[in-house]
Design a protein around this ligand. Sequence first.
Ligand SMILES: C[S@@+](CC[C@H](N)C(=O)[O-])C[C@H]1O[C@@H](n2cnc3c(N)ncnc32)[C@H](O)[C@@H]1O
Length: 387
Amino acid sequence: MHFFATAAKGTEPALRDELRELAFRGVRADRGGVHFEGAWDEGYRACLWSRIALRVFTPVGSFDARNERAFYDAVRDIDLSLALGESQTLIVGASSRNSRISHTQYLSQLTKDAIVDRIRDRSGRRPSVDRRDPDVHVFVHLANDFATLYLDLAGEPLSRRGYRDPNAEAPLRETLAAAVVRYSGWDRKSPLCDPLCGSGTLLIEAALAAWNVAPGLARQRFGFERWAGFDAAGKARMAELRGNARALRRREAPAIFGSDASPEALEAARASAKRARVELELSLCALRDFELPDTLPPGTLVTNPPYGHRIQRSSTLPRELSELIDAHPDWRAALLLAEDDRSTRTHRRPDQVRQVFNGDIDCVVRVYAEKTLAGAERAGQQEGRKG
Ligand SMILES: C[S@@+](CC[C@H](N)C(=O)[O-])C[C@H]1O[C@@H](n2cnc3c(N)ncnc32)[C@H](O)[C@@H]1O
């Protein structure tokens, strides 16, 4: 089987590395996602374990689509009975690039018609569309008049882990937060901190990774578990994968802590951490008063300061953040910043700059590798900070 796990623009290399670490086969990054191969249950495993993938597609047919008639006929020839029967509901998503059928809403309508007409001809009943909570998610991608039809194993996007307060202000998408944590190069063993933690998404994603919690475990069921052909063998395999995932949860994790100046944001972070069943140390603190504790070994600072686009920020915040990073060369650091942010200027040079998108905002992840300090240098640095 061939699978394509989709990812937010700019996070494909993070997803590729994650899938390799999870021992998937045939892993190859592409525009918009990562290809991998394996038996059906590898698709199940990706839904359960990927922190960065948004959806997991498997192709069910590819064909030339020179015109509408050819497109309709080709879709109608595809057997989707493994997922879709007359009593299931469905939704069809579409994308089109450089093709004669360019209107995606029309494309999804045409695809839906071809699919349901085939089933109606065979059974006399047609499955209906459900935009809110469909059983089967179909996706059609058209590029240069060549179409590929996919089934989406995930169903609801994998970013919806279920721990988040829906009213939290300007939170990061969980999958993007997981990609930023991966780009930071954190080893998942040393401390991790976010001094502008907001509703805590970076911290929670870091904690889930450190505890080796499969992010999909919190989910009641994935899209494929509602398919017509999801049989007893599939259910048994999924129960086994969930059981293995529970057993792989680690018993210990490093200190993962954060602070924020907003009591409301911290309240949201506490509630989300509780729902995600991870332990975080959270405190109310303005960035200018924030200090990394001397009692901890050096670790990684990962943060996403307010961009100023949606949340106002004080004019001193970029300087305070730069000073914090410069004062701790033995800490690794990763900043998710708006691409046009020229105000956060550190003396340390970033070792890596990755382009990502936070929704529609062009962003970068700047990663600063840690410098290993000799004992005396470290003691001197601590004295200097106290002075
Ligand atoms: C973009 S949000 C972080 C979002 C967070 N990554 C999440 O997923 O929820 C930036 C946060 O910085 C906080 N903040 C802004 N200025 C601050 C300051 N001077 N000191 C501490 N926190 C501050 C805001 O309260 C806000 O929660």
